[in-house]
Write a protein that binds this ligand. Structure first.
Ligand code: ADP
Ligand code: MG
Length: 708
């Protein structure tokens, strides 16, 4: 068991495949480097001569890392990443073949982009799309067994300038937040010059043996099992969570960590999750734009490494019915360039005042824009998980913990929070107590929980990019900060001193939004009723949630923060609805084909065996002896008939849904279709309990979940 081989430490390989600022500084002449940093920091366009110098340095470094090709790496609305590789090959003036890479190629690419979802923004005659280098996220090298590729993180926009991806809105939201937060911080005489959101995404996933994956057309095509009963033993004994990691999973995680470290992804935590064969990997948090890129790279790595190890890594939110699904907990906060976490309670009343302003703005942000947050986590996959007693419901609420709830409630009433602890004594500014950092108070059922110095947005699905959720959070936060600043300014104009103006603003904003705060059990039925009484939205299914993309409140938020314009929002409504209906359409097709070509034939084969047996036993043993077997044959016959009828019904309903052109009606139709498919599943799952194991045409849950 001993391991004598020297293990490579993270620091020995960390970021060797990243062209980070350090490497750039070493590779570029000082003047060019400074110009580049300047362009990054002030969000300005880089001049072509400097871009040429940067591109040459990047090419030389990439070639030293065995790259033959480069690609603009971007995040279109498919929810996945996209890349189109170009070789460095080019002809020199004398006609020789050389490796070249120009500033123009670095800054801008022009993929033939007509096949990416654009939601009607790009008609075919203006099908061009541009990818544009995002220098705030470093270029990196993806290693393939047969040669490496330099990846340049990029945004993706249309010929007419509309955004077609998930990175550009995130960057815009970061900028909106930066501006709004700095305006508030100026009031506190903060030395900060920049504010950015921070993100640590905890990634949950399942691992199964590749051979099982390859025998399950449903997992291959839809990401989840459409059929199957949980095994006798699954997660009842709660012996899996934080249990010791089996060697195969351990090997997988170690391989992933090694590759992730090379790419500068600071993976920190690994553990077993609640369901069998379910695990989690989590990094140290980073600046949100980089953290999102890293999460996307990580998922891609995990997928590839699993394949290489004869495993399959499942990111679907609910790959197996009856056991827990997977989420992506997004830990979110804001930080200044002076390394100050703006959601960290401070040591002085003054810094606590600032903390409370940011805290109450976060509450107001969630209250005002809970619909947009719900949209940001809406997908066919996540619908299976939200509200399923293992994940937060579709109702967006905020958990603060006992202490902060008390502080804010007291503040609202104009009281100083009384406590027995010394740390609680109010000093200096009246009305503001000292708030010790407290992260012992946890509520694992809340979709948006304060955990001491950050919020944890727990409703995001494991398969979703964190990008949209963070874009909405940043934008909503920016809007609340703008509102707070205006309120404070107004009070000061009317003669208030700054502290009183800030305290009164906190009080007003808390009063206006405290309905969204909930400390109890979010999984309970009572909360659903209570939330309804409070008027909080509860969109259980994706099509219902998506309708709010084009509501006035949403459009106002994103136009005010300059994150999306109306046309871009309309296109997102279309794209997201299509993603939903197409996903269910695929599922319905797979339901039909697996039922008809796998389960029905298996059942009929067994039925034939039974009928032969009955005939034989009646002639040898007499009629009355075959009664039980006859009953069984009848049951199977009934199931076979029902299965055929229901499968055909589904196929008919699917074709009908497919032909609905009105997007809203089509969403409704597919939502209903999904409900109907449950009928097929119920029959097949019953058959699974009756038919001999040897005849069952696909691997069972027991095999997939209890072996690795
Ligand atoms: P737990 O959720 O179990 O308390 P941690 O507090 O270590 O675990 O954090 C979980 C995740 O939150 C990690 O990815 C961590 O890096 C991240 N995190 C910690 N502080 C911040 C922060 N200020 N902003 C964003 N993410 C953070
Ligand atoms: Mg956590």
């Amino acid at each position: 068991m001993s391991n004598e081989k020297k293990i490579q430490q993270a620091s020995e390989i960390f970021a060797i495949n990243v062209f980070d600022l350090e490497k750039m500084e070493r590779a570029l002449p000082q003047e060019a480097y400074e110009k580049l940093i300047n362009a990054i920091e002030s969000n300005e366009k880089l001049d072509i001569p400097t871009a040429n110098i940067a591109a040459t340095a990047m090419r030389d470094w990439a070639i030293s890392r065995n790259c033959t090709h480069y690609t603009h790496w971007f995040q279109p609305m498919t929810g996945y990443t996209a890349e189109k590789h170009d070789s460095f090959i080019s002809h020199s003036k004398s006609g020789e073949v050389i490796e070249s890479f120009s500033g123009k190629q670095l800054i801008q690419g022009e993929p033939d982009a007509s096949s990416f979802p654009s939601g009607g923004i790009r008609s075919t005659f203006e099908a061009r799309g541009y990818t544009i280098w995002d220098p705030t996220s470093p270029a990196f090298v993806i290693e393939y067994p047969h040669g490496n590729t330099l990846c340049i993180p990029s945004i993706f926009i249309s010929y007419t300038g509309e955004i077609l991806d998930k990175k550009a809105p995130l960057l815009r939201s970061v900028e909106a937040l930066n501006k709004a937060a700095l305006d508030i911080l100026k009031l506190f005489k903060s030395p900060a010059k920049k504010v950015f959101s921070t993100l640590g995404s905890e990634q949950e996933f399942f691992l199964i043996q590749r051979k099982f994956y390859e025998s399950r057309p449903d997992i291959i095509q839809t990401g989840r099992t459409l059929f199957g009963n949980p095994p006798g033993k699954h997660q009842q004994l709660e012996d899996q969570y934080f249990g010791n990691i089996c060697e195969k999973a351990f090997e997988f995680m170690t391989n992933v960590e090694t590759e992730a470290y090379k790419l500068g992804i600071p993976l920190k935590t690994r553990h077993n999750e609640v369901a069998p064969n379910q695990f989690e990997l989590a990094p140290i948090f980073e600046e949100a734009n980089v953290a999102v890129d890293h999460n996307q790279i990580l998922m891609d790595l995990m997928d590839r490494i699993a394949k290489r190890m004869d495993l399959a890594c499942l990111f679907h939110e609910k790959p197996f019915a009856g056991v827990n699904g997977s989420g992506k907990h997004n830990n979110w906060s804001m930080s200044t360039d002076k390394n100050e976490n703006l959601l960290e309670p401070g040591n002085t009343p003054q810094s606590n005042l600032q903390f409370l302003v940011f805290l109450v703005c976060a509450i107001k942000a969630v209250y005002d824009h809970s619909k947009e947050l719900r949209i940001s986590i809406a997908s066919a996959g996540n619908d299976h998980r939200l509200g399923a007693n293992e994940a937060p419901p579709a109702i967006i609420s905020v958990f603060l913990g006992e202490l902060l709830t008390r502080v804010l409630n007291d503040l609202e009433k104009g009281k100083i929070t009384e406590t027995t602890e010394k740390a609680w004594l109010s000093i200096g500014i009246d009305k503001i107590p000292t708030i010790p950092r407290d992260n012992t108070d946890r509520n694992r059922t809340s979709p948006f929980a304060f955990t001491g110095n950050k919020f944890e947005f727990r409703a995001v699905g494991s398969n979703q990019t964190p990008s949209t959720a963070i874009t909405v959070l940043n934008s909503a936060m920016a809007a609340a900060l703008i509102e707070a600043k205006e309120a404070i300014d107004k009070k000061m104009k009317n003669g208030s001193d700054f502290n009183s103006a800030a305290v009164d603003t906190i009080r007003e904003m808390y009063s206006a939004s405290k309905k969204v705060c909930f400390e109890g059990d979010n999984y309970s039925k009572e909360w659903e009723k209570e939330a309804e009484k409070r008027g909080l939205p509860n969109f259980k299914k994706t099509p219902d949630a998506l309708a709010a993309i084009i509501e006035k409140n949403t459009i106002e938020l994103f136009e005010k923060t300059k994150v999306y314009n109306k046309r871009e929002l309309e296109s997102r409504y279309i794209i997201n609805m299509h993603n939903y209906t197409k996903q269910i359409d695929i599922e319905a097709r797979v339901f039909y084909s697996m039922a008809m070509t796998r389960f029905l034939p298996a059942a009929i084969e067994y039925l034939n065996t039974l009928l032969t047996n009955i005939q034989l036993s009646e002639s040898v043993l007499g009629k009355e002896k075959s009664k039980e077997i006859k009953d069984l044959a009848l049951t199977i016959t009934d199931f076979c008939n029902k299965l055929k009828i229901e499968s055909e019904n589904i196929e008919t309903a699917r074709i009908k849904a497919e032909n609905i052109s009105d997007i809203k009606k089509s969403g409704e139709a597919y939502k209903n279709l999904l409900n109907e498919t449950q009928k097929i599943r119920d029959i097949v799952d019953m058959l699974e309990t009756l038919i001999p194991h040897s005849l069952w045409p696909v691997p069972k849950y027991r095999e997939m979940l209890l072996q690795l």
